[in-house]
Design a binder for this molecule. Structure first.
Ligand code: G3P
Length: 215
């Protein structure tokens, strides 16, 4: 499973990149707004740090506006993927953009029929939001299971990005299901590698090392 970082924060992206486990980045307008810098500058900097796909979201809501915005965004760097909202106009835009070779990540997916439409439109990625489904008492990971099954039934090429990840269990479940990608906030990446017994073990070894006679 590929791991993307879901962040527009340069320090977080650098730190995650230093771990050597990051295959790409996803951003959205809410994440970029937190940085209090121009979106273009943030995206350019992210693309200079990460070689894998970097998702940047289109904010136009009509197909022609989205297509034009996607063309502009894709000029930032060759690894830009344009995030398109899963609405009727968005699907029209995806069809045109996939024909032009511009990769799309269709975002805000909350149901299996939506995911089926995204695959038919030949998007590169679909992003089901598991955390936000959990928030409204629907099991987000069940949706990932269903999408993977339907995509595999028909050999659809669209890759599933498990998004709106809130905790390590979402990541573990995604890996068990065989999701293509999980996009993970930095705080959850930190949680993934932590275990209290590791910390206790490290501390004990350090203390015991001090008891070893020096020559
Ligand atoms: O990947 C989508 C993500 O940024 C949304 O996460 O926690 O706002 O639902 P959240």
């Amino acid at each position: 499973m590929k791991i993307f970082i879901d962040s527009a924060n340069i320090d977080e992206i650098k730190e995650a990149n230093a771990l050597g486990i990051i295959d790409g980045v996803t951003t959205n307008p809410s994440l970029i707004a937190k940085e209090k810098r121009a979106a273009l500058a943030v995206l350019k900097e992210i693309c200079s740090l990460v070689h894998g796909p970097v998702s940047a979201e289109a904010i136009n809501l009509d197909a022609s506006g989205m297509i034009e915005e996607a063309r502009q965004l894709s000029k930032i760097a060759p690894n830009i993927v344009v995030k398109i909202p899963l609405i009727q106009e968005g699907i029209k835009a995806v069809r045109v953009l996939s024909g032009e070779g511009i990769k799309t990540n269709v975002t805000l997916c909350f149901s299996l029929p939506q995911a089926l439409i995204v695959a038919k439109a030949q998007a590169e990625y679909v992003s089901p939001f598991v955390g936000r489904l959990d928030d409204v008492s629907h099991n987000g990971m069940d949706l990932i299971r269903d999408i993977k099954q339907v995509y595999s039934n028909y050999h659809f090429k669209t890759q599933v990005i498990v998004a709106s990840v809130r905790n390590p269990l979402h990541v573990v479940e995604a890996a068990k299901i065989g999701a293509d990608i999980a996009t993970i906030p930095f705080s959850v990446i930190e949680q993934l590698l932590k275990h209290p017994l590791t910390d206790i073990g490290v501390e004990r070894f350090i203390q015991d090392y001090k008891k070893i006679p020096k020559a």
